[in-house]
Design a protein around this ligand. Structure first.
Ligand SMILES: O=P(O)(O)OC[C@H]1O[C@H](OP(=O)(O)OP(=O)(O)O)[C@H](O)[C@@H]1O
Ligand SMILES: O=C(O)c1cc(=O)[nH]c(=O)[nH]1
Ligand SMILES: [Mg+2]
Length: 192
């Protein structure tokens, strides 16, 4: 599946939103990919995650013990991708703002792949890697449905992206006037 096909699925679900959005990194953007509107459809999610699992298999050598999804956005794609990889899916979630593996135990040396929905700056994946390495896991790679940085974000491990779609994002004090004129909304769950 190529970037055009991935974006067609997002557009068919009404998931490409236009406005003034506050991203999890604090950056502001005129475009927000509301993945939840894709993941509400099992058939669309299955098609995306099947393709992502194939790309992971092709690009990440060796045994995978767990797929790890950063909550909330990573929960559904990690689960569906894990089904195609034939391995269990677990997740990290925020406790006082920091990602923790609250509900599971993994053995030291466990070989894991992180599966995210969207990458913008890579911050959420880097936070997930820190949590997993503190537990002794070996993070083989990270994967995502759409990389909004189009390969520019450094997540600290290999990043397998099903699609690369470069979207503008600005620091809050450097907004273009047309963006500053719109009320800002923050769709994600960080700090809630
Ligand atoms: O690469 P980054 O700059 O970290 O941005 C991408 C992250 O932002 C979103 O999560 P968010 O914290 O907004 O909450 P959500 O998972 O509940 O959507 C998305 O799910 C990624 O985890
Ligand atoms: O950077 C983000 O927070 C972000 C961007 C985006 O398009 N979609 C999303 O869920 N999060
Ligand atoms: Mg997220």
């Amino acid at each position: 599946m190529n970037t055009t096909e991935v974006l067609d699925i997002f557009r068919s679900a009404g998931a490409v939103l236009e406005g003034h959005f506050i991203l999890t990194s604090g950056l502001r953007s005129p475009i927000f990919l509301q993945k939840a509107r894709v993941f509400m459809h099992a058939d669309k999610t299955e098609a995306l995650c099947r393709a992502l699992a194939e790309k992971i298999r092709a690009e990440v050598p060796g045994r995978i013990d767990y797929v790890v999804g950063p909550a909330i956005g990573g929960l559904i794609p990690a689960y569906e991708t894990s089904r195609h990889l034939g391995v269990p899916a677990i997740w990290v979630e925020r406790e006082a703002g920091t990602f923790k593996l609250r509900r599971f135990e993994i053995e030291p040396g466990a070989r894991v792949v992180i599966v995210e929905d969207i990458v913008t700056t890579g911050l959420s994946i880097r936070e997930t890697i820190e949590c997993l390495r503190d537990l002794g896991a070996e993070v083989l790679a990270a994967a995502c449905i759409i990389d909004r940085s189009a390969g520019k974000s450094d997540v600290g491990v290999k990043l397998v992206a099903l699609a690369e779609y470069e979207v503008p994002a600005y620091p809050a004090d450097q907004l273009p006037p047309e963006l500053a004129a719109l009320p800002a909304v923050k769709p994600g769950s960080r700090n809630i």
